[in-house]
Design a protein around this ligand. Structure first.
Ligand code: GDP
Ligand code: MN
Length: 380
């Protein structure tokens, strides 16, 4: 789960990590008001979108006068950055910059730990530094049982600074960032740039955080910060109904019992030259309510041209599934073609029940996916 810069900066401030004063604005008028009340001469206007590279896209602009604030706020609010329309801007007191550094903590699955990544070459070109001069990137795994005590924080801080005063400031910031990371179940906390000012102070100019979705049940303060895209909202409501659902961009809606079979079904569709609209595992049950909910979910996606139901009857018997499907479709009004492939326990009885119904019954997975791809390709 991602949050905006302004939300991450609130958390930074709460943990004592130095940030400049700032105000969230939705209109150019609000930006002007905020500028007047802030009392800073120079400010920076920053697009609040859930993606990086705002500076390069023109979404970060300095301003010195009321006119500039108004014009630039208007410009930024009209922008779309990597498909994200800008609806909010953050007006920040500008900082004089002597040098820009990069600092982040991220979960490293290979190391099975959190890793601290730092560089003296922070700023908007950090990706090319990682690519062209990897020796300028410092990485330190954090032992979860030891954490980041003073001696380690100082040792790491001296990778970026040779002066004790600056290194001490960084050591404290590293410890606070790590504390924030652990306590809030983050998967990333990134400060790029962390700047050194002409007066020798370190300040976080940018703030980026992502959180572990699976930990949100114990993060009552973080969960409400989520701003879900339309697609993510659908996925979240599916999760609440007990489905495992991922939206994709094809036209064949899939309803499958079991994650492995769902993956295999998607592979087969691809193999036949089609594209699945989703991954959907409805779990192991023939409960008609579940089928109705799953079908509603699939039909809410206007790209779906055909539905493919692929069921393996193990403990769940195919005749039960067929009865469930018939009951479910009594309640659903839709003329979208539905292909059903049943295999396993009582498959013949199941198919017998579906004879003469609205369903297109297939025997094998190959036949079922071929039919689905066929119908999808003809429905244009
Ligand atoms: P990003 O491009 O989305 O990572 O946005 P950032 O917040 O990191 O800003 C991009 C760049 O704009 C920074 O690397 C700085 O060079 C510059 N910038 C941002 N805030 C300030 C500021 O307060 N003062 C100055 N002089 N430059 C800034
Ligand atoms: Mn940045």
């Amino acid at each position: 789960m991602k949050v905006h810069e302004y939300q991450a900066k609130e958390l930074f401030a709460a943990y004592g990590i130095p940030v400049k004063s700032h105000r969230l604005c939705q209109t150019a008028h609000e930006a002007v008001e905020a500028y007047r009340s802030m009392g800073a001469e120079e400010v920076v206007l920053k697009a609040q979108v859930l993606t990086g590279g705002r500076g390069k896209a023109g979404g970060i602009k300095l301003a010195n006068t009321v006119e500039e604030v108004e014009n630039k706020a208007r410009q930024i609010l009209g922008m779309t950055i990597k498909d994200y329309p800008v609806q909010k801007i953050l007006l920040c007191e500008a900082e004089d910059i002597s040098a820009e550094f990069y600092v982040s903590f991220v979960v490293d699955r290979n190391q099975k730990s959190v890793v601290l990544i730092m560089s003296t070459e922070g700023g908007v070109e950090i990706e090319s530094v990682a690519w062209e001069a990897p020796e300028k990137i410092h990485r330190h795994s954090i032992d979860p049982l030891i954490g980041l005590p003073d001696f380690l924080a100082r040792r790491y801080a001296f990778c970026l600074f040779s002066q004790i005063d600056e290194a001490n400031q960084l050591a404290v910031i590293l410890q606070k960032l790590y504390k924030l990371f652990v306590e809030k179940d983050a998967s990333l906390v990134e400060v790029n740039p962390l700047v050194l000012t002409p007066t020798g102070k370190l300040v976080a100019i940018d703030a980026k955080m992502t959180f572990d979705d699976n930990a949100m049940f114990r993060q009552p303060e973080i969960e409400p910060l989520a701003e879900l895209s339309e697609e993510e909202q659908v996925e979240a409501s599916a999760k609440a109904k007990g489905f495992s659902y991922v939206s994709l961009n094809g036209e064949i809606g899939c309803m499958v019992n079991g994650a492995g079979l769902a993956m295999a079904t998607m592979d087969m569709i691809k193999l036949q030259g089609g594209t699945p609209a989703n991954f959907l595992d409805i779990g192991g049950s023939s409960n008609p309510r579940k089928v109705i909910e799953a079908m509603k979910l699939l039909l809410s996606d206007s790209r779906v041209k055909v539905v493919l139901i692929n069921i393996f009857g193990g403990i769940t018997r195919c005749d039960d599934v067929a009865t469930g499907l018939l009951a479910a479709f009594n309640e659903i009004e839709s003329d979208i073609p539905v292909i059903v492939r049943l295999t396993g326990t009582n498959e013949n009885e199941g198919r017998e029940l579906l004879k003469g119904s609205r369903f297109l019954v297939a025997q094998t997975m190959c036949e079922a996916t071929r039919k689905a791809v066929d119908i999808a390709s003809k429905s244009y």
